[in-house]
Design a protein around this ligand. Structure first.
Ligand SMILES: Nc1nc2c(ncn2[C@@H]2O[C@H](COP(=O)(O)OP(=O)(O)OP(=O)(O)O)[C@@H](O)[C@H]2O)c(=O)[nH]1
Ligand SMILES: [Mg+2]
Length: 357
């Protein structure tokens, strides 16, 4: 599941990418410095991981990760050439973080010569809507031909998509369409059907700019702000120096980068389960909603799926309260589940499997 970064050039997408993936992609004060997409992974903060590990005295904790993809900046009216490639890459993403410039820095030219996060977001959103319209209309033509050939499925999809096209023409993202329309739009990879989070890259810690928050709400999305430059500076310091600077800037203990990754992870609508009923490690695993136990076991190891016998399952907080799997078993808090059990958010799972056959 991929989280893609979208926005105008010079908004700080690559700077953000480096911050959350600990990467070293080229950040430059000129627009369109990113050409080829860069891929990285970001650790997803999850206090449950520490709680589970602390309760059982297990030292190693392995967080879930999200794949983050840094993509070239978009331009107003730039749906040709590099812009087209960027749009195609964005279509492959499962969710988007829409980065808008909120920092001043006179040395970094703004492609439209202004500092207006909400207007920048609206400009990019118009590009996304135009790209979606082009694609949806092409698909509609093809469906119309198929429907004339008697395809009932084509007719149903065509009706759903026609409604989406109407919305797009009126400036509405596909995300806000009724369920059938949304499903048809998502299957096509429409950009405005994807879950999105608006992120203002600001000079100092602050709430999201109100106009941007209002725009986000109209698009069926949330907005937040993150001082990417400041957080990059902090990340480059050792712990003591970083604490000192954070105190000076009155930043508190929470880093916005972690909050952003957490929010990005939630956009992907995954379910997290844990392994780690014993040393050496407690680990968080992301799976799509609706994943069954045998498939989830296969994420941990293919042998576990092949030789799946049953899963021992306990909600994470019950395990923390019991202090160990053994004690939880004694208290009959551990359930036995079969291969078709649908994994729930926060389950700790111990897989029983046999690969001798
Ligand atoms: N002052 C300040 N400068 C920043 C911040 N974030 C990025 N910059 C600067 O802005 C310039 C552009 O940053 P990039 O991260 O390359 O921007 P981008 O959105 O990836 O741009 P393209 O790849 O060209 O679309 C660089 O010179 C960065 O150093 C920030 O939070 N504060
Ligand atoms: Mg870039």
């Amino acid at each position: 599941m991929d989280l893609g970064l979208v926005g105008l050039a010079n908004a700080g997408k690559t700077a953000l990418f480096n911050l959350i993936t600990d990467g070293d992609a080229v950040v430059a004060p000129y627009p369109y410095s990113t050409a080829d997409p860069a891929r990285g992974v970001a650790d997803v903060p999850d206090p449950r991981l520490d709680a589970i590990a602390d309760a059982q005295d297990i030292p190693r904790r392995v967080p879930a990760q999200v794949q983050v993809v840094d993509i070239a900046g978009l331009a107003a009216g730039g749906r040709e050439g590099p812009g087209r490639a960027a749009l195609a890459q964005l279509r492959e993403m499962d969710a988007l973080v829409h980065v808008v410039r909120g920092f001043a820095n006179a040395e970094v030219p703004h492609p439209l010569g202004r500092l207006d996060p909400a207007e920048d977001a609206a400009t990019v959103d118009l590009e996304l809507i135009a790209a979606d319209l082009e694609q949806a209309e092409r698909r509609l033509e093809r469906l119309a031909k198929a429907a004339r050939g008697g395809g009932a499925g084509a007719r149903a999809e065509g009706d759903a998509l026609a409604a989406v096209v109407e919305d797009l023409r009126g400036g509405q993202p596909a995300r806000l369409a009724p369920a059938e329309g949304r499903a048809a739009a998502a299957a096509l990879g429409l950009l405005t059907a994807k879950p999105v989070l608006y992120l203002a890259n600001v000079d100092e810690p602050a709430p999201a700019p109100p106009a941007l928050a209002a725009h986000a709400a109209e698009q069926g999305a949330d907005a937040m702000a993150l001082p990417v430059g400041v957080e990059l500076e902090l990340a480059a310091l050792d712990d003591a120096e970083a604490a000192e600077l954070a105190a000076e800037l009155e930043l508190g203990d929470e880093r916005g980068a972690a909050a952003l990754v957490g929010a990005g992870y939630r956009l992907l609508d995954l379910v997290t389960f844990f392994t780690g009923s014993a040393p050496p490690e407690v680990r968080a695993w992301p799976v799509p909603r609706g994943t069954v136990a045998a498939r989830a076991a296969g994420r941990v190891h293919s042998d576990m799926e092949r030789g799946f016998i049953r899963a021992e399952v306990i909600p994470w907080d019950a395990l923390v309260e019991a202090g160990s799997f053994a004690r939880a078993r004694e208290r009959a808090q551990v359930r036995l589940e079969g291969r078709d059990y649908v994994v729930r958010e926060g389950d700790v799972i111990e897989v029983r499997f046999n690969v001798s056959g």
